[in-house]
Design a protein. Structure first.
Length: 495
């Protein structure tokens, strides 16, 4: 039973706290939110019942994680609803599986799902709603039902505060964007000054798109809701967590890293190639470079070939997850030449298990938030290669603030327009960076020590009485109390 049976008739006093989770249509959101659901059910066995509200293909992606939680006796259910008709093929229900040119359809689906959400929530009347950032309307339904709505943020507070503050100067940014090489300083951030070239900013800050139109509405309904749950831990982003609690949420809960052994399996987020784990075991300790760019960002065939040649020339063992559909992702004969030293996974790797493997010595990553957090938790130093959206901001946390990584490449074209024929990072630069990083230079020792230190802090945060452990329990206590005594006064919605 995958728990599709959650019904309104479950209602009644003294019963478990029924929390509904509504993730958006991206694996980097779906995966940690499922982890959160499992963790909340596991934190208070018998007290919390978690229901993932998902579309059929996304239900299939989380099925292994849900099944594992259920097998451990935790009340985690799945409630399916149809994916909105936006002209995508059968079973294409998230950014990871949609072709790059159809990403806008997935974003459209994130708007059209409002009707399904509203009717499901009214029908099932959960005790609390945890929903993804774009689903602002869940604050409205929650208020109507008299239950808390929490926003789940799969992205840390450093990038969130940076984007908030940059959004406030958006008109200036747009004006400056025509001058090549313009750099902005992120306003009103605690800690040291953070600067970023306009070309590396998420596109909604520089031009009009679906997000620039809905940003203020999303924020207003987040602030009007009961609180915000963030996949981070306080020791990773301390001054920013304090600032976030002050300005961006009525209540903030920092509950990460959510990828914990109690929730994650090797098939977390999809069917994984597990052979790579036994392959890793044939390699010396900390010798392998793990190369993975997340679940959806576009990587051109040209750039992919340069990367292939760069990894070959680096002479380092590597494990590379290739998502490209292009047949020309590597030069002719390349796979034979690197056989033995390098392994390629086509599709989906068990990333958390890979990062936890003792043979992995570095992570070449696009700096998606989950990847950043998973690297920090595993104590693996990173080489940063951001591609889109807030990944360039995350990079500054990794290389500057938390200092457990270095850029793969300085100079050249960076930003969302990089990677095409004339702007691709050349193989020789990649080879030099990867080899240099793996050979134990002074810089690497520093980042390695920081990574190890962060791993210890991440473990402590989720361990009994750690900061994230306490926040999970505080969250459940607050929700139980809200059910017993009704919602405290609401902040008016200023959308
Ligand atoms: N992931 C994985 N195997 C892969 C690629 C990605 O398990 O082959 C997981 C990874 O562990 C992370 C998530 O997918 O939890 C990707 O999220 P992230 O925020 O890093 O990047 P996004 O996909 O959102 O760009």
């Amino acid at each position: 039973d995958d728990g599709d049976t959650a019904t309104a008739s479950d209602a009644g006093a003294g019963r478990r706290l029924r929390v509904f989770f509504l993730p958006s249509f991206a694996r980097g959101h779906l995966i940690p939110q499922t982890d959160l659901a499992c963790l909340m059910a596991a934190a208070r066995p018998g007290e919390v019942e978690a229901t993932m509200v998902v579309t059929p293909a996304n239900a299939a992606l989380i099925a292994p994680t849900v099944a594992r939680a259920a097998a451990a006796g935790h009340a985690v259910r799945v409630l399916r609803h149809p994916f909105p008709d936006v002209g995508l093929g059968d079973g294409v229900e998230c950014l990871a599986t949609a072709p790059a040119q159809d990403a806008w359809r997935v974003y459209r689906a994130m708007e059209l799902v409002q009707t399904s959400h509203e009717s499901l929530l009214r029908e099932h009347r959960p005790d609390a709603i945890v929903s993804d950032v774009p689903f602002w309307w869940t604050t409205v339904v929650a208020a109507e039902l008299g239950v808390p709505r929490l926003t789940f943020h799969p992205v840390g507070v450093f990038p969130q505060l940076a984007m908030n503050n940059l959004f406030k100067m958006r008109a200036d940014i747009i004006r400056m964007s025509s001058a090549p090489g313009t750099v902005v300083s992120v306003p009103s951030l605690p800690g040291k000054e953070i600067t970023i070239p306009v070309s590396e900013l998420p596109s909604f800050l520089v031009q009009d798109d679906h997000l620039s139109k809905s940003w203020e509405q999303i924020k207003a309904f987040q602030l009007a809701g009961f609180g915000v749950i963030v996949n981070t831990f306080v020791d990773l982003e301390l001054p920013y967590c304090e600032e976030f609690s002050r300005v961006d949420a009525r209540r903030a809960y920092f509950v990460g890293p959510l990828a914990q052994p109690s929730c994650s399996t090797v098939h977390r987020g999809g069917d994984s190639d597990v052979d790579c784990l036994s392959w890793l075991s044939t390699k010396p300790s900390r010798s392998v470079v793990f190369v993975c760019f997340g679940s959806w960002a576009h990587f051109s065939a040209t750039q992919s070939r340069e990367l292939a040649l760069g990894l070959e020339a680096s002479n380092q063992p590597f494990l590379w997850v290739v998502r490209s559909d292009a047949s020309q992702w590597a030069p002719e004969g390349w796979e034979q030449r690197v056989a033995g030293r390098g392994m390629v996974v086509r599709g989906w790797a068990p990333q958390v298990a890979v990062l936890g493997h003792p043979s992995v010595g570095a992570f070449l990553t696009h700096c998606g938030w989950n990847s950043v957090l998973e690297a920090a938790s595993a104590g693996v130093p990173v080489l940063t290669w951001p591609l889109v959206f807030e990944q360039f901001i995350n990079e500054r946390l990794v290389t500057g603030v938390a200092a457990f990584g270095a850029r793969v490449w300085e100079g050249g074209t960076r930003g969302e327009r990089a990677g095409e024929a004339e702007t691709a990072v050349p193989a020789v630069a990649i080879a030099r960076a990867v080899a240099g990083f793996m050979e134990r230079g002074a810089q690497r020792d520093g980042v390695e020590a920081s990574a190890r230190d962060l791993a210890g802090r991440a473990r402590a945060a989720v361990g009994e009485n750690g900061s994230s452990w306490r926040d999970i329990h505080r969250l459940i206590d607050d929700l139980v109390q809200a059910r017993a005594s009704g919602l405290p006064e609401e902040r008016p919605i200023k959308a």
